[in-house]
Each structure stands twice: as C-alpha cells, then as structure tokens.
Ligand binder design. Sequence first.
Ligand SMILES: [Zn+2]
Ligand SMILES: [Zn+2]
Length: 447
Amino acid sequence: MAPPKKGDVTAEESELLKVISEGNVQEAGRLLGSKNVRVNCLDQHGMTPLMHAAYKGKAEMCKLLLQHGADVNCNEHEHGYTALMFAGLSGSKEITRMILEAGAEIDVVNSVGRTAAQMAAFVGQHDCVTIINNFFSRERLDCYTKPQGLDKEAKLPVKLAGPLHKIIITTNLHPVAIVLMVKENPLLADVDALRKCYRVLDLIIEKCMKQREINEVLAMKMHYLSYIFQKCISFLKEHENKLDGLVKSLLKGRDTDGFPYYQEKFIRECIRKFPWCEATLLQQLVRTIAPVEIGNDPTALSVLTQTITGQIGFMDAEFCTACGKKEADKRCSICKTVIYCNQNCQKMHWFTHKKVCKKLKESREKHEAKEKSKQKGKQNTSETSVGEAETVPESTEYSSTIHPTSKDGSDSGDIGTGMIAEAKTPQEDLTTEKQSSHPVATCRAEE
Ligand SMILES: [Zn+2]
Ligand SMILES: [Zn+2]
C-alpha cells in the first residue's frame, strides 16, 4: 500500500477515526484487521489515529493502535505536533508513559519550537511534564549490561539493571525515599553493587552533557542519585548502623524548629559538586538556592524537585514529612502540623519530631487563636473539621507520649509556611557556618 498522504483516507479509515473519538475499542480492533485500513493513515491535518486517540485521552485505544504498529514518531501534523505532545495536552499520565515506552522522541519540537514537555506545562498538565522529563528507557540502561569495546566485563551486572532503573525513573527525589529504595533491595545495598551503579550513572551524565541535544535536567538527576549512592557507600563502610544511620542523619531536625539541617546541607553540597560548572541549569539552581538562609523557604530539595520533575508546590501539606511521597494524609495527632504516608514513616521520623512536636502544637494553637480573633466580628463562619485522617499512634512507643487532641481542625494550607516561618537562626554550634552557608555559590565564582 502507498505511504499515507495527508487527507487521503479510505472509507474504513475515516470510520476508524470516528470510532476512535467515540472510544469504541472493539470496533476499532475490527477495522484495524481490514486490509483497507492503514494504522498510520493521515487525516487532512496530518493527524494519525494514534494522535487522535492520545488527544482524546483514550488509553485502551492507544494500546490497541500501538499493538497494530502505530508510529509514535510520525511527524506529519500541520503544526508539527507529535503523539507525545497530544498525550501531554490530554493530561493522561497513562498514555504519556505508554507512548514514551513505545519509543517516542522527547526533544522533537513543533512549529513554534515547543517540546512535548513544554506543551504540557503550557496547559498545566504538570504530571505529564514530570513523566516526560524523567523518562529514561530501560533499553538505554541495558546498554551498560553488555561489555563494550575492549572491556571484558559489562559495566553493570544484569541483575542490577532492574533495581537501578527503578531508582532512575523515580519522581520522588526525597533523599530518604532514595536511600530506602537502596536499603530495601539486598542486591543494591552492597558497596560493590553501589559502586558499579554510580559509575554507570556518571557515564550517563557525561553522555547527557556531551550529546548534541544536551539534557541538563537528566544529568542533574543522575548526578544527584550518584551522590546519594556514594553517601550510601560511605555509610555502609564506616558506620555501625549502616543505611539506617544515613536515614536518621537525613531526617534529624535541629532543636530550635525541627528543620532537617543535615539534609539541606547535603542537597546543597550535592548541587555544588555538579561537575559541569558552566551548565545553565546549575547556575539557575545556585541563583535560587544560595541567597536562602538554611531553614527558610524554599528548601534545596523543593527547588531541585521543581527543576527536575517540573512539580510545583512542594510546600503543599500533602507531602510526607519523612519520605517526601505525594498524597500523604496521616497527620501527627498532637501537633497536626506534619503528615506522613503511614505509620512506618511516622515511626521513622519520631526520634526527631518528638523534640519539637509540642512546640509546633503550641505555635499552631497560637496562630489559630489569632486567626479566630481576626475573624470574629466579621462573620461567624463555622469551623469545619479537617477531612484528613489522623494518625493515632497505636504503637506503645507513642501511646505514652502522644495524646490525640480533640477534633479542632487545622487548615492544611498553613502547615508548610507555618513550620518554616518558625525557623529563625541556626543553633549555636552552626553559627560558625552562618557566613558561608551558601555552599552552592562557590561554583559560580570559577567563571
Ligand atoms: Zn512517607
Ligand atoms: Zn507532632
């Protein structure tokens, strides 16, 4: 059959386009079996059936079309839109992922010079932006499981490719979450394995920075992961309590306000050590982070997360205080200012949170009382109680200390800022570092 031309569709093909927009997968399947239907036919605008299905957000349909050989990189659309761009516009995370896994190119631009990620961002589909920016195919990693050139041995043992890939594509950059992923996999939680992994990551960074289409975002992410792996190695080698010790250091809050000081320093230090000093992304990060005094907003983690994943609003109350996972909804029943995904995360964080929990409770109550008196006179808006689930610690470790307070609600919108507003000066033993508390700034000076 002749290669598809714009607008040159058979009767069955136009029927296919119709059933695609209706979402009739069964009928589409039947039509695709007909010899008069080309899976990559083009309508008058140069749109393929896959583009139509992606734009309409029909995941099952996309799957069917891909099974029938739909070309993810067809670029005949009149404005240069690709199937991935349509997926991003639709906001369907599933379709975006599916099309990426089918080999869609990420850096293609449309007629106005926008990539799929930029298009998705433009219409506010941030989850799709995250998925696109963090995509790294398994095949790309699998290259390192085969010996290359004169190497006798592959750089990455086959058994490590799966666990490493899982970490590479994570969108939760919280260092604790990453250390836990290492810790929970016995294949990875090993000095030798981690060494191999971080060396592969370093090779990927080099590739990202040297290829024609430089990908600084991916390079920065790989650098961050490599840095964490190296930290894991040093804890495995030198510390009694191994990776638990690293998790504890990363979570430990300073006495004044519970702010995770070490974690902040750790991330700043990591950014500063990015090997390509002149990278635009690095300079952008430095400009944003350096002027912020440790303990204030934004945190290095929130800036890094936003840069790498495109996620905004890290200060929302919906992120787990311990591991950074999204959509956490269990609140500490005493202070009600921190949230966790589950009791494990709460337990993990309790050793440090217990020191400030009461203080946080008091400041929250003070804040609420102020708000109340402000509102009084204006209106008597009834105070609705929070919808979020309360964590009522059941374990004996807590029940002695945590007394769940009454049903008074706290506005989740206040949590993030409330906690950070509390942060004042760093505690005594850190004062010496106050002047030089912008470690990331030094890299710029080398220009
Ligand atoms: Zn968590
Ligand atoms: Zn608390």
